[in-house]
Design a protein around this ligand. Structure first.
Ligand SMILES: CC(C)(COP(=O)(O)OP(=O)(O)OC[C@H]1O[C@@H](n2cnc3c(N)ncnc32)[C@H](O)[C@@H]1OP(=O)(O)O)[C@@H](O)C(=O)NCCC(=O)NCCS
Length: 296
């Protein structure tokens, strides 16, 4: 049973298998069609373990660039790690992840990230370390101040967000991908008075903030909140949610109930540079710029 870069047949098999966990549509045939056509998934390189013609494990590896105080690094983000139920518990996923890391290491990529939907202990055993990652959500108050904003169809923007020492570097191609990959129509709203903007998605009355020109810092947060609540109300939503992505610690005290460590999409990082990697100590403590819009 070899680990390998998937061919088209193996990709189709792997995509069909994940219908049970990540359905694009209740109908398996439509699910496969949508997943094969999805901009998000087309960006990844897909790897599989095959046993006698059957895919028994698969994952996607997405190209990213990370920045740090000492320069940029090529990286891969793992997504959709999947083993069909009948083949679980045999070490397939662990072997495939290690193999893919080695495969990229030979080409000079030594940094890997992923967003864990399972107990991070699983990935910790494979050398990943958990980075601080938080989410927030609350039900909108029924009424509130209305901010005048213009709403545009989404188009690529760069949120810049100064202050981070580490994170994913937004490149031009990423900006387009970030918007094309979302499965819902997007809303780009710009405040007439300040020019600050919010990029969001609306699903069944929930307003998800994908990114914004405002940082999530103590000084910007009240303004972000004001724009977001007004924009969400104008979009007909009753709930807002997003990730806390900031180089500052999350707000304490009165915000305790809305800011929570993520139970899903937990950010993890692995470096094959060994214990001496200068990023290691710092990266576990300070904010890492990885926006919800870039999640894979
Ligand atoms: C998680 C998953 C990929 C593991 O695949 P696998 O080939 O069975 O993995 P391995 O054989 O390398 O490891 C099995 C271990 O995974 C652990 N594991 C499986 N699901 C887990 C979960 N939800 N949370 C924590 N650990 C889990 C098993 O308990 C087992 O632990 P052990 O080694 O201590 O006995 C597989 O269970 C799966 O496809 N799950 C559904 C999709 C999913 O959630 N993917 C992860 C997204 S981040």
């Amino acid at each position: 049973m070899e680990c390998r870069l998937a061919n088209a047949d193996q990709i189709a098999q792997a995509f069909a298998q994940v219908h049970v966990v990540w359905p694009h549509d209740p109908d398996p045939a439509l699910h496969l069609e949508k997943r094969l056509a999805s901009k998000q998934h087309q960006r990844a390189s897909w790897f599989v373990i095959e046993d006698a013609g059957t895919v028994v494990c698969s994952l996607g590896a997405y190209p990213f660039q990370l920045f740090g105080p000492d320069g940029d690094r090529p990286a891969r983000a793992f997504g959709a790690v999947f083993t069909p139920e009948a083949h679980r518990g045999q070490g397939h996923a662990a072997r495939l992840i290690s193999w893919v890391c080695e495969h990229y290491a030979e080409m000079g990529t030594l940094d890997f990230i992923l967003y864990s939907d399972i107990d991070p202990a699983y990935y910790q055993k494979l050398g990943f370390q958990t980075l601080p990652s938080y989410e927030w959500a609350w039900d909108l108050p029924r009424s509130g101040p209305r901010v005048d904003m213009t709403v545009f169809p989404a188009r690529p923007l760069d949120p810049e967000l100064p202050g981070f020492r580490y994170g994913i570097r937004r490149q031009t191609a990423d900006a387009i991908w970030v918007q094309e990959k979302q499965n819902s129509p997007l809303r780009l709203s710009r405040c007439l008075a300040t020019g600050n903007w919010l990029l969001s998605r609306q699903d069944h009355g929930t307003y998800t903030l994908l990114e914004s020109s405002l940082t999530q810092s103590a000084s910007d947060w009240p303004e972000l909140l004001r724009l977001m609540e007004s924009d969400a109300r104008q979009a007909g939503c009753h709930r807002v949610k997003g990730w806390w992505v900031s180089h500052e610690p999350r707000p304490e005290a009165s915000w305790e109930n809305v800011f929570k460590p993520r139970s899903q999409e937990i950010l993890m990082w692995s470096s094959l540079r060994g214990a001496g990697d200068p990023w290691r100590a710092d990266i576990g403590q300070h904010g890492f710029r990885a926006l919800l819009s870039e999640h894979v």
